[in-house]
Design a protein around this ligand. Structure first.
Ligand SMILES: Nc1ncnc2c1ncn2[C@@H]1O[C@H](COP(=O)(O)OP(=O)(O)OP(=O)(O)O)[C@@H](O)[C@H]1O
Length: 675
């Protein structure tokens, strides 16, 4: 054992040892595996399970360490990203500032350009004004030329008038000549005179017409002359006006030009000032920009250095992570190898477990056969020590044999009659501990899980120690009675078998008081009287109406027992100040399902605390107590009859003589053990 469970022993060596043990026992014992070896195998399997659990835990721990490292790296990378983002934002801000400065600079340049354009425009306007003045001068010259032409025309008209007057005078001379001719030719031309007169009248008419025309012409010419003069005067006036206007305009232009020049000069000065300021500002901005860019360069350098160091760090981390990964990989490979080894070993174990299953079934069969050979009904005797105040000298026990012999002496009788020998399966002396008493009953608990019905009860007169033996004087583990120890074993064994069988455990607790069965786990104890089914139900229940509580552990059962005991009928007798006045039966129903085959087994464990079996006259009971005692004694003698009939293997067993034997019938027949 020590070799096998040494901490240093490898799993492989454990498996080798198991295989060795199994081979040896199969070879030597023809397939039968002794109980000790089975126990050993179970321990080894548990050890392997434990190691697997530790290894799995170790892997889980490694995984969590790696995960935390990964999270750490991720958070660092995030921090670096945040830093990079922050620097980018600052750079962005500077770029934005530069952009603003550039925009301002471009605006100033645009304004400068605009002012230059304004200067150019003003110069152009000045040139235009000068051109206008020049054109006005030219127009004035043209007007003067036109005046001169007018004057020429007037002179020409005067000359024409003079020529017309000359013509008139010549015509007058001609007329006078003609008159003279007429006069000269008066005679000669009488006929011609008329003609001449006509001609004269015609000529006169013509002359008048001519005169009229001439007058008209003269009038027209005079009018034209007047018009011309008017025109000349108006032109002159216009000219003067124009000259005046021109002068005014010129003056205005000159004033405007001067003003414009002044304005231009001031504007140019302003612009120059503005440009100067802008230049200064640009210089300032440029210097701040340079300073900032220097600062940023510095920061960039620092950041670059930091980034380089971080990159180096990250590289280092990467290298370490790679090394961890490779370690992990190696570790995983190692574990894979080990797991595959374990898998193959487990396969062997599964095969072995299969065999173990068969061997276990065989073992169960053998075990129960052994138990049956030891007797289906076993009777143990426990001698209660004297209670404080009792006379130790008045003992009647003469001898307790190793094989269950008990020699009782009766001081009142003489000779052979004075001594009586009893034979039990075993006799426990007054020095026997609770554990000693349970040791012989213990193997039967296993049988309950194998589908047998086991009934354990204490029989004896009031005060003989039934409750002490069954329940124990206190709840400390040392004092535990048969009940607690049996339940503890039941759950322990079911836990150990969990890979082979799945067990469901349920508890019922009833009392038989005055031949009436009452449910001790029901809230309405007083009202509920239960019927007994003569043949047990498919679910194994003789009392189907009694409360059945599923339980998972001993403490669950103990809790239920406490409730049941609180509901129990007790009373004081002359022999025991708190005597049980009823039989209490705690039944633990076990339903086991074979995990592999699915086959179901049912077993039950009756833990019976019988009422005191004293003689009625000795208990000095009367009235209700007398009635109780009569019922108790009747049922106890019925139980005695049944056990006697079973022990004698009689054809008829009188189960129906009492409620107690009816309830316990399923555990007092075949496939049962009774203590
Ligand atoms: N083995 C023992 N060692 C020490 N004291 C004991 C032992 N057995 C019984 N006693 C004591 O004897 C007294 C009576 O025991 P107990 O109440 O168990 O008797 P009982 O048979 O259950 O009585 P009843 O039938 O009236 O319920 C108790 O005080 C108990 O502590």
């Amino acid at each position: 054992m020590q070799v096998i469970f040494s901490q240093n022993a490898s799993t492989q060596s454990l498996l080798t040892v198991i295989n060795g043990i199994l081979d040896e026992s199969i070879e030597r014992k023809k397939g039968e595996i002794p109980h000790r070896v089975v126990y050993l195998l179970r321990k080894v399997v548990q050890e392997i399970e434990r190691r697997l659990c530790i290894q799995a835990e170790h892997i889980r721990n490694q995984n969590t360490i790696i995960k935390t490292r990964e999270e750490k790296y991720l958070s660092k990378i995030k921090a670096l990203q945040v830093l990079v983002n922050g620097t980018n934002e600052e750079n962005q801000m500077t770029v934005n500032l530069l952009q603003v400065v550039k925009e301002e600079k471009s605006q100033i340049e645009e304004r400068q350009k605009l002012s230059e354009q304004n200067v150019v425009r003003l110069i152009k306007e000045k040139e235009n004004a000068e051109n206008m003045i020049a054109s006005l001068k030219e127009e004035m010259e043209v007007m003067e030329k036109r005046n001169r032409l007018h004057e020429k025309n007037v002179v020409q008209l005067i000359e024409e008038k003079e020529s017309d007057e000359n013509m008139i005078s010549s015509l007058k001379e001609k007329m006078e000549e003609m008159n003279s001719l007429h006069e000269q030719n008066v005679g000669r031309l009488i006929k011609e005179k008329e003609d001449g007169q006509n001609m004269i009248s015609r000529l006169k008419e013509e002359m008048e017409e001519m005169n009229r025309l001439h007058d008209q012409n003269a009038h027209q010419l005079i009018k034209e002359k007047e018009d011309g003069q008017n025109m000349i005067s108006s032109l002159k006036e216009e000219m003067e006006e124009m000259n005046r206007l021109h002068k005014q305009q010129l003056d205005q232009f000159e004033i405007k030009t001067k003003q414009m020049e002044e304005k231009l000069a001031t504007k140019v000065k302003e612009f120059e000032l503005h440009v100067l300021r802008s230049n200064m500002k640009i210089e300032e901005v440029e210097t701040t920009y340079q300073q900032k860019s220097q600062l940023w360069n510095k920061k960039e350098n620092i950041f670059h250095n930091y980034m380089n160091s971080q990159q180096l760090y990250v590289k280092g981390l990467n290298i370490s992570s790679r090394s961890i990964k490779s370690d992990m990989y190696a570790f995983q490979m190692k574990w894979r190898d080990e797991m595959s080894n374990l898998g193959s070993n487990l396969k062997c174990l599964v095969d072995a477990a299969d065999n173990y299953h068969k061997v276990l079934a065989e073992n169960q069969k053998l075990f129960n056969e052994v138990q049956e050979l030891r007797g289906n009904i076993r009777v143990y005797c426990r001698v209660r020590p004297f209670l404080p105040g009792q006379d130790k000298q008045s003992t009647t026990i003469d001898y307790i044999g190793e094989s269950g012999e008990l020699l009782i002496s009766n001081p009142l009788k003489q000779g052979k009659d004075g001594q009586r020998m009893f034979k039990f399966n075993k006799v426990f002396s007054s020095f026997a501990s609770q554990a000693d008493v349970f040791s012989d009953t213990q193997p039967l608990i296993r049988s309950v899980l194998d589908g047998f019905n086991v009934c354990i009860f204490a029989y004896g007169q009031t005060g003989s120690g039934k409750t002490y033996t069954m329940s124990g004087p206190s709840t400390s583990k040392k004092d535990w009675g048969v009940n607690y120890r049996a339940l503890n074993d039941l759950f322990d064994i079911s836990l150990n078998r969990r890979n082979i069988f799945s067990y469901e455990v349920g508890v019922q607790m009833v009392e038989i008081y005055n031949e009436q069965v009452r449910d001790l786990l029901s809230n309405k104890v007083a009202q509920k009287r239960l019927g007994i089914w003569s043949t047990s139900q498919p679910n194994g229940l003789v009392l189907p109406d009694a409360s059945l509580y599923p339980v998972k552990s001993t403490s669950d059962v103990l809790d239920l027992m406490e409730i049941g005991l609180a509901n129990r009928a007790v009373g004081a007798t002359a022999l025991n100040e708190r005597s049980s006045r009823s039989h209490s039966i705690l039944t633990v129903h076990v339903r086991g399902v074979d995990v592999k085959t699915g086959s179901i087994s049912r077993g039950c464990l009756h833990l019976v605390d019988l009422a005191g079996s004293e003689r009625v006259e000795r208990s000095e009971a009367t009235g209700d107590r007398l009635k109780e005692a009569q019922h108790i004694n009747k049922s106890l003698s019925a139980l005695g009859d049944v056990i006697f009939a079973l022990a004698q293997k009689n054809a008829h067993v009188p189960y129906r003589n009492s409620k107690l034997t009816q309830v316990l019938q399923s555990s007092l027949g075949n496939r049962l053990f009774t203590c």
